[in-house]
Design a protein around this ligand. Structure first.
Ligand SMILES: Nc1nc2c(c(=O)[nH]1)N[C@H]1C(S)=C(S)[C@@H](COP(=O)(O)O)O[C@H]1N2
Ligand SMILES: [Mo]
Length: 197
């Protein structure tokens, strides 16, 4: 593995159609966390969606699993310029979780255990674009990478994929979350290099 990494680092991939502009491939998987890692047991974990009516839809671990996890292969792109291509993930589609949720609000704020937040338009979490993910590369997500479960929104920069996900609150307007308040782009499309404001 070490020699492979050395060899890889010396190789330039000038044109990779899967690599957004300004990104570099990595083989390892860096950990980027703004604060301390919260340790949440599966037994204590739950996920909820709260809407403007005051309704709160809540699923515990078993209830999320019962919705039918999918295996997906996606690329991830961090705003700090690293990308990983073809990662195997397992999670439940946000389409399943929003099936019985009635809302006229168009924006979501994802909330994490530990206090992290990030905003995503609802339309970009639906239609097979986002998951509550709990496995990567065939292993349960480690606490450092957001276990027991994290949001996975691979078509946006990876800061939108909130680790230690605990819920989504519907919003009338597109308010900034943690990194968006600190200067990151409100939207974060890696193909348009929407990195900062
Ligand atoms: N709760 C929470 N989620 C988070 C972060 C964080 O600090 N806290 N960092 C974000 C950023 S900037 C990135 S690049 C990815 C990093 O995920 P990783 O550590 O699994 O690579 O998580 C995102 N989700
Ligand atoms: Mo990031």
């Amino acid at each position: 593995m070490a020699s492979f990494t050395r060899g890889f680092a010396g190789r330039r991939r000038e044109v990779d159609p899967d690599l957004p502009p300004g990104q570099t491939l990595v083989r390892d998987w860096p950990v980027l966390s703004a604060g301390a890692t919260p340790y949440v047991d599966r037994d204590e974990w739950s996920f909820s969606i709260a809407t403007e009516t005051g309704a709160v839809h809540t699923w515990n671990w078993a209830e999320v699993q019962a919705l039918g996890p999918q295996d997906i292969t996606v690329d991830i792109h961090c705003v700090t310029h690293w990308s990983k291509l073809g990662m195997a993930w397992r999670g439940v589609s946000l389409d399943r979780l929003f099936e019985d949720v009635d809302t006229s609000y168009d924006y979501c704020m994802a909330h994490s255990y530990g206090g992290y937040t990030t905003n995503v338009p609802l339309a970009e979490l639906l239609d097979g674009q986002a998951w509550v993910a709990f496995e990567a590369d065939g292993e349960p997500l480690t606490p450092e990478h957001g276990g027991p479960a994290r949001l996975l929104v691979p078509h946006l920069y990876f800061w939108k994929s909130a680790k230690w996900l605990r819920g989504i609150v519907m919003q009338e307007t597109d308010e900034p979350g943690f990194w968006e308040n600190a200067g990151y782009n409100l939207h974060g499309d890696p193909w348009k290099e929407e990195r900062y404001w």
